[in-house]
Design a protein around this ligand. Structure first.
Ligand code: UDP
Length: 372
């Protein structure tokens, strides 16, 4: 059998591309190195709980087209992300809002909070040049020291002065009592889990799991006219220009015989000395209930540890600093010389994409490709 498309990676980018290709009457073969579909949004059921095996994924978007699209494959619940920060046992609301400012400074009104913020922000004059300056110019030094510095340095393994400012810009700062972490019109978790949603996208598409594309490239390339590659772009080229850097994450997941461990889906540990960055308690993504609406007697938690990616680990986050950005541009130039390959997704484009951005990118690219 010969296919129109060989799609490498059964994550969101690959699944959306495959779905669109099939809908346009084209044939596609999806291959994935892992033994399951859905890439890093993969969820698996444990004791009635959908466990986010590769870390918390909370779908949020302002893009009506993307929201309508995902709702074709899953019904979404009304989950709203409201993480709590734990700094040496002090608990703070996130994102930075009136609850946070009250706990930090004892201020009770927006006017008092604004005055305190203005006083603290004054430390930075001029355009912030890195994450530390950006953070202080957003929320001041007190919040930076307790809620940002330790967490960020653990997550990225780099000093805040060596990280790009944009990473922190995704966090809202509000003078209201609003704990919704995201500024997004639409938000939720697919009922039944992400794996089921991706399985529906892939309905009718041939998928080969446990199939390592780079290890069998010539044979697999021969099967299709065009390749859609969603793995790491540097690995595609055998890291011939040197490796791009990634952050990896390790999870220690436990099933606990208690109904409630931390009372929230996500608790961030913002003190540098705590070895994990956050603990996820998966049942709270679905309000502690199974699909029939019954309370669940047990709970599953995952402690998340950040580490520098090394061969053999799963890459999670591109490190979008200047050095890696420049190296990526060189790989990008090599990619432009491969007319029969589309590079897509967080790893293929080396971009800190959210899920909705990945879907939008896959819809745009597949539409352009399929219209040719
Ligand atoms: N961040 C922080 N403290 C927190 C949560 C987030 O300083 O308690 C900063 C940190 O720099 C992090 C960025 O915000 O890298 C984005 O964090 P988020 O948890 O939203 O990213 P995710 O890992 O979920 O993509």
């Amino acid at each position: 059998m010969h296919y129109d498309y060989l799609i490498v990676g059964a994550g969101l980018y690959g699944a959306v591309f495959a779905h669109e290709a099939k809908a346009a009457g084209k044939s596609a073969l999806v291959v994935d190195r892992r033994d399951h579909i859905a890439g890093n949004v993969y969820t698996e059921r444990v004791e009635g709980i959908h466990v986010h095996r590769y870390g918390a994924h909370i779908f949020h978007t302002n893009n009506r087209r993307v929201w309508d699209y995902v709702n074709r494959f899953a019904e979404f619940n009304r989950f709203t992300n409201s993480p709590v920060a734990n700094y040496k046992g002090e608990l703070y609301s996130l994102p930075f809002n009136m609850y946070t400012f009250n706990r930090m400074w004892g201020v009770a009104t927006p006017e008092q909070a604004a005055a305190k913020l203005a006083e603290q922000r004054a430390e930075i004059t001029g355009e912030p040049r890195n994450l530390e300056e950006q953070a202080i110019s957003l929320v001041g030094r007190d919040i930076y020291e307790k809620l940002i510095k330790g967490y960020t340095e653990k997550q990225w393994g780099r000093d805040c002065r060596d990280l790009p400012a944009f990473i922190i810009k995704r966090l809202p700062v509000r003078l209201t009592f609003d704990n919704n972490y995201f500024n997004a019109r639409f938000q939720g978790i697919p009922i039944g889990g992400y794996t089921r949603m991706v399985a529906r996208m892939l309905e009718g598409v041939e998928v080969r799991l446990g199939c390592d594309y780079l290890a069998h490239k010539p044979e697999l390339d021969a099967l299709a006219d065009l390749v859609v590659y969603t793995g790491p772009i540097d690995a595609y080229f055998g890291s011939c220009l040197g490796p791009l850097e990634y952050r990896s994450v390790r999870f220690e997941t436990e099933l606990l015989d208690m109904p409630n461990f931390q009372g929230n889906a996500a608790v961030n540990y913002t003190d540098r000395k705590m070895p994990w960055t956050r603990i996820i308690e998966h049942k709270w993504f679905e309000f502690g209930k199974d699909e029939a609406g019954n309370d669940l007697p047990k709970t599953v938690i995952s402690r998340e540890y950040s580490s520098e990616w090394k061969p053999g680990d799963e890459p999670y986050y591109p490190v979008n600093d200047e050095k890696n950005g420049a190296l990526y541009q060189k790989y990008r130039a090599l990619a432009d010389g491969e007319p029969k390959v589309i590079f897509g997704g967080r790893l293929g484009e080396y971009k800190y994409y959210d899920m909705d951005q990945v879907i939008a990118a896959a819809l745009d690219r597949s539409a352009a490709e399929l219209a040719r």
